[in-house]
Design a protein around this ligand. Structure first.
Ligand code: GTQ
Ligand code: FE2
Length: 375
């Protein structure tokens, strides 16, 4: 409050200085603030710097969750806590230490480890929240999405877009655990969520090698004529590891042969897409897979929105702002909005699954990125 030129204060907020007042006025001012408080009002001038920072100042912090520890707890929950109607899922959500308690890995995103023992069923339900699964290891679970039985195997990326009934069952002799990602916090904080129970028995107990959705939609570059037009979410229920791995291998092989293909030197990357639009798989969640050659590094970048990485194979160092996290198989690290991040691969290279809420911000024209190295 006061006259200055924009240049003088470019890029920073000025600390709010209370006005010079007589003791009498000071008392009145305090009474005014008290009255505002009682009437559920609050002045802007005492809080504008915090409310409207020059650049995002996320309350979420970068954090690493250790897979071995997560898995052990999930296993213990498998012994102590049955799965069924009511609790719905044996899923353990990750709570960002900066967000003060709720099970949000980011203000918009949920990430959890879900565990099913042999023979267990997770009953069908549906919700407006979008969901995916990423299978870090194992097989033997089928997720049934709108009556379509979808196999879940190592490296697979599976979709359950909002309002599709879904349940899971483990028909193997081994337990299985995987990563769930949803937009639960976004729906909760924006009050947009709806939820309904379905059947306790799964609507399709078959165990096919390929889901019907893949047989229709997952032949490279080919779409069925019976379903023209755009769909809000990808109709592909399972993006199999075989395809993801082949795409990444080919990018690096092309780089070796001197052709374009890699994102950056030694860095291959793909995005999972909706074949009816070419855009993201779901309206709120983006998913990618990154492969780094031994010692390769991604280009450091600041982005509006939140990312979550899970290491699939190999080892890496993830740098977020001033912090670094050494990660290996299964470990999960989040990147809060606008924090500069990069990933460097260890001696054996690194394969990383990654998801983000970037489609939300692109849809409302709030996306921004900044690469300090100018690449
Ligand atoms: O598997 O349906 O981690 O509804 C959270 C909510 C998993 C699921 C979660 C869910 C599910
Ligand atoms: Fe669900």
């Amino acid at each position: 409050m006061g006259n200055t030129t924009a240049d003088e204060y470019a890029g920073k907020h000025v600390e709010y200085a209370p006005p010079p007042l007589t003791p009498e006025e000071e008392k009145e001012l305090q009474q005014m603030y008290d009255q505002m408080d009682k009437l559920h009002m609050k002045p802007l001038w005492t809080q504008i710097g915090g409310l409207m920072p020059n650049a995002p100042e996320p309350r979420a912090v970068a954090h690493k969750w250790d897979w071995a520890r997560l898995y052990k707890l999930a296993q213990r929950a498998g012994e102590l806590v049955p799965v069924g109607r009511g609790g719905e899922r044996r899923a353990i959500g990750l709570a960002n230490p900066g967000l003060g308690g709720p099970t949000y890995i980011a203000p918009t995103l949920w990430a959890a480890i879900q565990y099913l023992a042999p023979g267990e069923n997770a009953p069908e339900h549906r919700h407006s929240q979008n969901a995916f699964r990423f299978v870090i290891e194992g097989e033997g679970v089928w997720t049934v999405v709108n009556g379509d039985a979808v196999p879940m195997r190592r490296g697979d990326f599976l979709l359950t877009p909002g309002w599709n009934f879904h349940g899971h069952h483990n028909i193997a002799d081994e337990p299985m655990a995987w990563l769930d990602g949803l937009d639960i916090p976004f729906a909760y904080q924006m009050d947009t969520g709806f939820f309904e129970y379905g059947t306790e028995q799964l609507t399709d107990e078959s165990t096919p090698d390929f889901s019907r959705s893949e047989r229709l939609w997952a032949h490279p570059g080919l779409r069925p004529l019976a379903f023209p037009g755009k769909q809000n979410s990808s109709p592909i229920g399972r993006y199999s590891w075989e395809h993801t791995d082949a795409a990444l291998k080919d990018q690096l092989a092309l780089e070796d042969a001197g052709f374009p293909g890699a994102v950056a030197p030694g860095h291959a990357g793909i995005r999972f897409t909706n074949p009816t639009t070419g855009g993201d798989v779901m309206s709120t969640i983006r998913a990618e897979f990154h492969r780094l050659r031994p010692g390769a590094e991604t280009t450091p970048v600041h982005e509006v929105g939140n990312r979550v990485f899970q290491v699939f194979e190999g080892s890496a160092t993830i740098t977020v702002g001033e912090e670094t996290f050494d990660v290996r198989h299964g470990d999960i690290v989040n990147v809060p909005s606008w924090k500069k991040w990069s990933v460097g691969a260890g001696r054996d290279g690194a394969d990383l699954f990654c998801f983000s809420d970037h489609p939300i911000f692109e849809a409302v024209n709030l996306a921004r990125t900044y690469t300090p190295e100018g690449i």
